[in-house]
Design a protein around this ligand. Structure first.
Ligand SMILES: [Zn+2]
Length: 400
């Protein structure tokens, strides 16, 4: 943690370019930050329909929003409604679908490139990426700035320090060559980072974008962003300018909370029958092994299937379908304290992308029981006196 306490001096964009690393946002306002990926008519929720994207940009322009690039975030107080728009992964539709709209409404956008996929065509598992020519044209427009989403898009928490440094070196060199600028802004692949990753990031970047995981916003390297969908009402909630917690000068808001998973010790009743799950308590919540839950609910009206696609690092949950046993389910209670790793996989339920806090422990995925209860609409209740959790598939989910 050599660089953990960076002196926080008020900075502006030009000082940022010179490499000053601010520890936190020294503005009264925090701009709304939006996360998009791809555009077009596609069922997947990482897509926003082009017509909806146009409606959203029109709305921002008609309602007095000022677009900021990440380096301009420190100017937030100078604008009534500052907003920062980001596109992840550098899809080709960013050029074919979104760029004409950006030009029409004069919208500024930050795009995070996966540098070893530039120019990649459409293939069954992957969506086409921007070509070098498209990147150059967008960059020349002055409306689009390109930043790093690392070289290979591997989750940084799974890499060694040396591998992370190689990723930075390769991606920065390619972006420098394409745009003439070495990026000082990073977006974590899959949103994954931890304190070790942040220590390396501080050496190279001033601003980092996560999704909403895992430690909240403690400093400028952990800005959080909601995923925009076709839902216009949800969009209007996401664009609200907020007021960040004011932190003392020279400090970020403390070390990343070290996560610990301790074996959960309660009795669990599934439809009245005592069932022993592999479960852990993390931050005061109960996380159950996903495949244990799917196994235990199989044959009930709330059964669900778990499919895993390694190529796209995606977990697909399907309600109402029988669970396919893969082995290792119901192996018993979690043993000993563990360090949970926030999972980087995308999670879909019945084709809808979900934003869950879920963790990997020793190669298995653990989900918050209440998240799964809500998603598949089964009853979850807690009897503190009896230290018992009751799962009732004959009932619907009721919020705590
Ligand atoms: Zn990505």
């Amino acid at each position: 943690m050599i660089l953990a306490t960076v002196l926080a001096v008020p900075v502006n964009a030009s000082e940022l370019a010179a490499g000053t690393a601010p520890a936190y946002l020294e503005t009264e306002k925090r701009p709304a930050i939006l996360m998009y990926h791809a555009f077009g008519d596609d069922e997947r929720d990482t897509f926003v329909a082009t017509s909806v994207f146009e409606e959203q940009m029109k709305y921002l322009s008609e309602n007095g929003y000022t677009y900021l690039f990440p380096e301009e975030i420190h100017d937030s107080d100078a604008h009534e409604k500052p907003i920062l728009i980001t596109f992840d992964d550098g899809y080709r539709c960013n050029y074919t679908e979104a760029f004409p709209i950006l030009l029409k409404y004069n919208v500024k956008v930050a795009i995070f490139l996966i540098t070893d996929r530039i120019g990649e065509p459409d293939t069954p598992g992957r969506i086409a990426k921007l070509t070098k020519e498209q990147i150059a044209e967008m960059s020349d427009s002055g409306l689009v700035q390109f930043y790093s989403h690392m070289h290979s898009h591997r989750n940084l928490v799974t890499l060694t320090a040396e591998e992370i440094r190689e990723e930075i070196e390769m991606s920065n060199a390619i972006i420098q060559e394409l745009t003439g600028r070495t990026p000082r802004v990073i977006c974590y692949p899959g949103g994954g980072y931890n304190d070790e990753v942040l220590d390396i990031m501080r050496e190279h970047f001033d601003i980092g974008f996560a999704t909403t995981m895992p430690g909240g916003e403690r400093n400028m390297l952990q800005l959080t962003r909601p995923l925009v969908t076709n839902d216009m009402e949800e969009f209007k909630k996401h664009i609200t300018v907020t007021y960040p917690e004011i932190r003392p000068p020279g400090q970020d808001s403390g070390p990343m909370p070290t996560l610990a998973a301790t074996p959960a010790f309660h009795t669990v009743l599934v439809n009245g029958e005592e069932t022993v799950f592999d479960a852990y308590t993390i931050n005061g919540n109960n996380y159950f092994k996903l495949r244990d839950l799917a196994y235990a609910l199989n044959g009930t009206e709330k059964q669900f299937e778990v499919n895993w696609d390694a190529a796209s690092n995606t977990i697909f949950l399907v309600s109402g379908e029988c669970y396919t046993v893969i082995g290792g389910e119901m192996a018993g209670k979690g043993a000993g304290n563990k360090t949970p790793v926030p999972i980087a996989a995308k999670i879909y339920i019945d084709g809808r992308i979900m934003q869950f806090n879920a963790y990997n422990i020793d190669g298995n995925n653990y989900f918050k029981l209440r998240d799964i209860g809500q998603a598949f609409d089964f009853g979850v209740s807690w009897d503190g006196a009896k230290n018992t959790i009751t799962i009732d598939t004959g009932k619907g989910y009721i919020a705590e």
